[in-house]
Design a protein around this ligand. Structure first.
Ligand code: AMP
Length: 173
C-alpha cells in the first residue's frame, strides 16, 4: 500500500529562498490517498462529539470540507481579510516575516459548538493559533487541531500548549 508521505512533493525555495514548500497536490489528485488522508485526519475524533469542522484558507478548505462531509456536519471557513461578505470577527498574527489576518463570520459558531480545526500544514503554528483564538472569541470550543503535514523542527506545537494536536506526516528536518 502506497504511503501518504510519498505523495507530498518538496519544492525548494518556494515561494521564497530558504522555504521547503510541501506541495500536497500529488496527494489530492490521487483518490485513494485523498480518502486515506481525510479518514486519518478525523479518526481520533470520531467519539468527540464534534459539531463542525473549521478550515483555514485556502488549502485547509480542501481537507476540512471533506472531513465535514465525512463526519456529516457543517464546514466553517476561516478566510483571508476582505473575502467574507457578512459581519466578521478578525485576528492579526505574526508570521516569520510580517503579519497576517484571518476572519470568521460572527455567526459561524456558537457557544455550544465543539470544533475540529483543520489546515494542510503546521509550520510555526502562528496561523492555527490565530484560528483557535478567533473561534474561541466567538465562544465555541476548539476540541482539536488536525494537519496533513507537521514541520516538527519549527516547533509549532509550542504555540498550542495543552491543545489536542494531530498530524499525519512529520518532517524532522
Ligand atoms: P505557520 O503559521 O507558520 O504554522 O504556517 C502555516 C500556514 O502556512 C499553513 O496554512 C500552510 O499552508 C502554510 N505553510 C507554511 N509553511 C509551509 C511549507 N513549508 N509548505 C507548505 N505550506 C506552508
Amino acid at each position: 500500500m502506497k504511503r501518504l508521505e510519498t505523495c507530498i512533493r518538496n519544492i525548494p525555495d518556494f515561494p521564497k529562498p530558504g522555504i521547503q514548500f510541501k506541495d500536497i497536490t500529488p496527494l489530492i489528485k490521487d483518490p485513494v490517498m485523498l480518502r486515506l488522508a481525510v479518514k486519518q485526519l478525523i479518526q481520533p475524533f470520531l467519539d468527540n462529539s464534534i459539531t463542525a469542522v473549521a478550515g483555514i484558507e485556502a488549502r485547509g478548505f480542501i481537507f476540512a470540507s471533506l472531513a465535514a462531509w465525512e463526519l456529516d456536519i457543517g464546514f466553517i471557513p476561516l478566510r483571508k481579510p476582505g473575502k467574507l461578505p457578512y459581519a466578521v470577527e478578525t485576528i492579526s498574527y505574526d508570521l516569520e516575516y510580517g503579519s497576517a489576518t484571518l476572519e470568521i463570520h460572527i455567526d459561524a459558531v456558537s457557544k455550544d459548538d465543539r470544533i475540529l480545526l483543520i489546515d494542510d500544514l503546521i509550520a510555526t503554528g502562528g496561523t492555527v493559533a490565530a484560528g483557535c483564538a478567533l473561534i474561541e472569541k466567538l465562544g465555541a470550543e476548539v476540541v482539536a487541531c488536525a494537519f496533513v503535514v507537521e514541520l516538527d523542527y519549527l516547533k509549532g506545537r509550542d504555540k498550542l500548549a495543552n491543545r489536542n494536536i494531530h498530524a499525519l506526516i512529520h518532517y524532522q528536518v
